[in-house]
Design a protein around this ligand. Structure first.
Ligand SMILES: Cc1cc2nc3c(=O)[nH]c(=O)nc-3n(C[C@H](O)[C@H](O)[C@H](O)COP(=O)(O)O)c2cc1C
Length: 197
């Protein structure tokens, strides 16, 4: 596929299925490759990932549903349940973390840039998230980006024995594409881009 088409084909896919289009081990290898080659400030490699499959994956969304039940207003309960159930129907979920120890040691090592490291860490995570999203999409695996942190942080750290210094940034449920994403609108590109030649 042309690179332009790869970018255009990546969408937020919420209607997931569990058709195993790609063996689980191949998905893991693909995501390992992405994690290895994603760029990071000062090559700090501050990003961490957890891939959940099978029971571990279903448990994640059960925990998230349980926590959401506590804070969701009654009139929004039905749509919340539909959304979380759609993530439960997929193949797995990627959790994205940033390692706070790496960030703090960079702040000490390079005091001149200290205030930038937390921002660069977030940016590095965003790049990794996008690379994972593109890699899955290029293999016809649908995914979306979710943010149930910090609501779920304590339970997730406890359940999966995640180190305290790994800060949860985002969650990406993925699976086969049960229904395509709806059309989306675009602001004219000339309102967003300036070119000087
Ligand atoms: C930084 C960032 C945060 C996002 N957070 C969420 C989120 O919490 N929940 C969600 O359903 N989608 C989230 N999205 C997805 C956007 O809503 C989506 O990318 C956008 O509407 C464009 O649609 P597309 O992904 O299908 O191209 C996020 C996207 C970005 C880049």
């Amino acid at each position: 596929m042309e690179i332009e088409n790869i970018f255009a084909a990546r969408r937020s896919v919420y209607a997931l299925g569990n058709e195993q289009l790609m063996p689980k081990d191949d998905i893991t290898s693909l995501l390992e490759h992405v994690l290895k080659y994603a760029p990071s400030a000062f090559n700090s490699q501050s990003s961490r990932m957890v891939i959940l499959y099978g029971d571990a994956y279903h448990k994640f969304w059960n925990i998230t549903m349980k926590m959401l039940h506590k804070i969701t207003p009654p009139e929004k309960l039905d749509s919340m349940i539909v959304k979380i159930n759609s993530f439960q129907k997929g193949l797995g979920t990627v959790l994205f973390f940033e390692d706070e120890n790496t960030i703090h040691s960079l702040e000490k090592q390079y005091p001149l840039y200290a205030e930038n490291f937390p921002k660069w860490s977030q940016q590095s995570s965003g790049m990794l998230q996008y690379m994972v999203w593109i890699a899955l999409s290029a293999h016809s695996i649908g995914a979306s980006l979710q943010h149930y942190n910090p609501l779920i942080d304590d339970e997730i750290h406890h359940e999966y024995d995640i180190p305290d210094n790994w800060q949860l940034i985002a969650q990406m449920p993925f699976g086969s594409i049960a229904a395509p994403a709806a059309d989306k609108t675009f602001i004219p590109i000339n309102q967003r881009l300036k070119i000087f030649d």
